[in-house]
Design a binder for this molecule. Structure first.
Ligand code: ADP
Ligand code: ZN
Length: 429
């Protein structure tokens, strides 16, 4: 079952649509001051196939910041009805403007995405994202209503009330960020309920990098099916790529975006199936189209056809942001490698934090790890043994031995939105 016939369209027809929409996009984009300049000498007619996108210039986050607030708008301000801003995880924010038509397209993509992982109009969705500038609030909300689900805009915080809403209204679909999900499962148990008895069946998890191990842990602890969903404000927000029931990579909606994967150093396409930086061009954005946007997100195209029958290519889960990379003793390390290792250890609780510290003249990594209550015993020798084991497992994964600090559950502070996984204390301690 599909939401939109375009999901299973054969590749040749899909590519025709892409080429047509790319020509349109170039024409529209050139009405903005930024692209009028950036696309000088480039004409819609230059595009014969979607692969010709590779001849266009990149757009970076710095470009968007430099054009703040109105430099990419293709229409007078009065034609816009909504503004979002990226959550500013990495530096100053960027504002994204939507016309009514853009909101409509986005809601459709969102509804299609949720349908793709099994949501139906008879479902009840509770959205635990903040309803602010963050696109995970209103973006999910409008998509959910478009699909016809009863939609509960619970917002963040007040876990007790969230749990009551879920139980009172038979919530079957939960939108929750992965770093909050495990904490939430624990709260449910603390309230005296078994997650097994909760009415939910589907969790939409996204907005921040997380590993397959973290997903499985969420599924086990919440008794739920958790589907990865990917998006970013610059490309509308959530609903860019979504998992189907096979949970094997995320279908990226190629009638709305042209994806490319490049080597972030050279800007060239990587070989098919290799990991690189995801670059995307909007094909259905009217008010603020963006061409070859460098997301900084690292992923790869998954080979082969998905059993679900959708023809849109799948990307692998995001393994991190190019800016997340840490270099320690000459070794490149990503936070998700640490998570992957920790989440396979049964003693490890919900949260962890990576601190970069200075020891003498060299840099060192300290990993704070929350340990489940039942393992947080008074036996010093047992704890030291556990600490050593964690350090050793981490070393096997990241090739340097970090300092490991064991912490009690809930002792690592939680961010209000996306989790902060790394703090740099090198000039502070
Ligand atoms: P910010 O860049 O300030 O966090 P956004 O709210 O637009 O702004 O977040 C988009 C970013 O969130 C993406 O570029 C990506 O890094 C991350 N992200 C979103 N969904 C996922 C996901 N499913 N897996 C990993 N990372 C994700
Ligand atoms: Zn599929």
């Amino acid at each position: 079952m599909y939401y939109d016939p375009v999901e299973t369209m054969d590749r040749a027809a899909l590519e025709n649509i892409q080429a047509e929409r790319l020509r349109e996009t170039i024409e529209i984009a050139k009405r903005s001051p930024f692209y009028a300049e950036r696309l000088k000498g480039i004409e819609p007619g230059d595009i014969k196939t979607p692969a010709d996108v590779a001849g266009l210039p990149f757009t970076t986050k710095e470009d968007l910041r430099g054009q703040y607030p109105h430099g990419l708008l293709t229409r007078p301000l009065e034609d816009f009805v909504r503004l979002h801003a990226s959550s500013g995880t990495t530096g100053s924010p960027v504002a994204i403007f939507y016309t009514r038509k853009d909101l409509d397209t986005w809601a459709d993509l969102m509804a299609r995405s949720m349908f793709c992982c099994g949501c139906r109009r008879s479902d009840v969705l509770q959205n635990t994202s903040g309803y602010g500038l963050f696109t995970g609030g209103l973006g999910i909300h409008y998509g959910s209503e478009r699909l016809g689900m009863l939609t509960i805009p619970a917002g963040t915080g007040n876990t007790k009330r969230q749990i009551k809403l879920i139980r009172d209204h038979n919530v079957t679909v939960l939108h929750i960020i992965p770093s909050f999900a495990l904490y939430f499962a624990q709260k449910v148990r603390e309230e005296g309920y078994d997650p097994k008895d909760m009415p939910w069946r589907i969790a939409l998890i996204g907005a921040e990098p997380h590993t397959e191990e973290a997903r499985r842990k969420i599924e086990r602890q919440m008794h739920i099916k958790a589907y990865n969903c990917y998006g970013l404000s610059e490309m509308n927000g959530p609903g860019v790529a979504f998992e189907c029931e096979h949970q094997n990579g995320m279908h990226l909606w190629e009638d709305a975006y042209i994806p490319e994967i490049i080597n972030p150093e050279t800007g060239e396409h990587v070989a098919e199936g290799e990991v690189g930086e995801l670059v995307m061009t909007t094909l259905r954005r009217d008010g603020m189209p963006i061409i070859r946007y460098r997301t900084r997100d690292l992923t790869r195209f998954l080979p082969g056809q998905c059993e679900c029958g959708r023809t849109h290519r799948r990307i692998d889960r995001i393994s991190g942001r190019a800016d997340d990379m840490m270099i320690l003793k000459g070794v490149n390390i990503y936070p998700m490698q640490v998570e992957q290792c920790l989440m396979t250890m049964p003693e490890v609780g919900q949260s962890y934090l990576i601190e970069l510290i200075r020891e003498g003249v060299s840099d060192q990594m300290r990993v704070k790890v929350e340990i489940k209550d039942e393992y947080f015993v008074e036996d010093m020798r047992a704890l030291q043994g556990l600490q050593k084991r964690i350090a050793k497992n981490l070393c096997n994964e990241i090739l340097v031995t970090p300092r490991v600090e064991l912490c009690q559950s809930n002792s690592i502070p939680k961010a209000a939105g996306k989790a902060v996984r790394v703090v740099d204390l090198r000039d502070k301690e």
